[in-house]
Design a protein around this ligand. Structure first.
Ligand code: SF4
Length: 341
């Protein structure tokens, strides 16, 4: 029988573990230290716990790290890793090195329920929520773990459709007893689940990114079925009413599709609905996925769109396309792997 995993437990959960095993209370903090502050991979290496305690823990738990099963490296040094998760499915983590930073793009679900029509993960359907262990394992078991400066929850799945495990993983990443990362190095991206955003804003201090892709209701509904139940209007109301302070950032992801959402009417409407929100728009040039009728815009058109938004006073950046030669579009590599089974 599979033992429960220690890695991915919060300090409170570790306190319950030590209580259950009849160990002294301070042992929970020592275990958290070994799990998140020291680079060990086995319970046996927790040498400030007595041998008897380590045996007791090992009888009931496993450490819980697992290496990627496959990787692919792009000519631009972006690397995509496939991890096998407990339900036998594959999830993807992408390592993106840049001049001054190195970012992990992590997954939070196997597959996804949201059904965005431009996304390969959406086409897989939903296969399960990742546990905090499986989310954080993408970080800790990444060969480039030590060089990471930023994490974005923008891989497979909708993070705020799995709020419990996502918030737990953020707690471990940012708490003093955990990795003690600054929340300003972590961004969580959502399609705009209203209740999830409220909970995330209240319980975490990490940055928020909302996938917008169109300022028009009808058009957005076609691209992202989530708009039927969670409208952008509601999302923007929450954002307007929340005090982000100086450190916390909200951004909007906008995938540009040729001839669809790249007109001057879109620019005008974007500037209208975002009026008064201190934010940035990240433009992403669409890269076709198999079976999609949507097309990629030409780079000069992307630049023109950015300049027009900038001129409206909205800070706009173009996200560099990375790892195109290694199926870096979210969900592509895992779909190929799954289809082999
Ligand atoms: S874009 Fe994100 S939310 Fe939409 S289907 Fe893909 S993984 Fe899910």
């Amino acid at each position: 029988m599979q033992k429960e995993k220690l890695y991915g437990k919060t300090l409170n959960e570790l306190i319950s573990v030590t209580r259950q095993l009849g160990m002294p209370g301070f042992a929970a903090k020592q275990i958290a230290d070994w799990l998140y502050r020291k680079e060990i991979r086995s319970i046996e290496e927790m040498t400030n716990l007595s041998k008897k305690m380590r045996e007791l823990i090992s009888d009931n738990y496993e450490f819980g790290l697992s290496d990627p099963v496959k990787s692919a490296e792009s000519s631009d040094r972006t690397k995509k890793y496939l991890f096998k998760v407990l339900n036998g499915k594959y999830i993807e983590a992408v390592y993106i090195p840049e001049r001054n930073r190195a970012t992990l793009c992590a997954s939070t679900q196997a597959g996804c329920k949201m059904g965005c029509i431009f996304c390969m993960t959406g086409k897989q359907g939903f296969q399960g929520n990742l546990s905090s262990n499986e989310i954080l394992n993408q970080f800790r078991s990444l060969p480039e773990f030590r060089s990471l400066t930023n994490i974005v929850y923008m891989g497979m799945g909708e993070p705020l459709d799995n709020p419990g495990e996502v918030l737990k993983s953020l707690d471990i990443l940012t708490n003093e007893w955990g990795y003690a990362w600054s929340p300003s190095r972590i961004t969580v991206s959502t399609v705009g689940l209203v209740e999830g955003i409220k909970e995330f804003l209240e319980k975490s201090r990490c940055h928020l990114a909302v996938s917008l892709h169109s300022p028009f209701n009808e058009e957005r509904r076609e691209l992202m079925p989530v708009q039927k139940t969670n409208t952008v209007k509601e999302v923007l109301e929450i954002i307007r009413s929340f005090d982000f302070g100086k450190q916390r950032r909200v951004s909007f992801e906008y995938i540009l599709f040729k001839g669809l959402n790249d007109t001057s009417a879109h620019i005008k409407e974007l500037s209208r609905i975002l009026n008064g929100i201190r934010c940035r728009i990240n433009l992403i040039r669409f890269h076709p996925v198999p079976g999609s009728p949507l097309n990629s815009p030409d780079l000069p058109d992307v630049i023109r769109f950015r300049e027009a938004l900038d001129a409206k006073g909205i800070l706009t950046t173009i996200r560099a396309s990375r790892g195109i030669d290694i199926q870096a579009a979210c969900g592509l590599l895992s779909t190929l792997e799954q289809n082999k089974i």
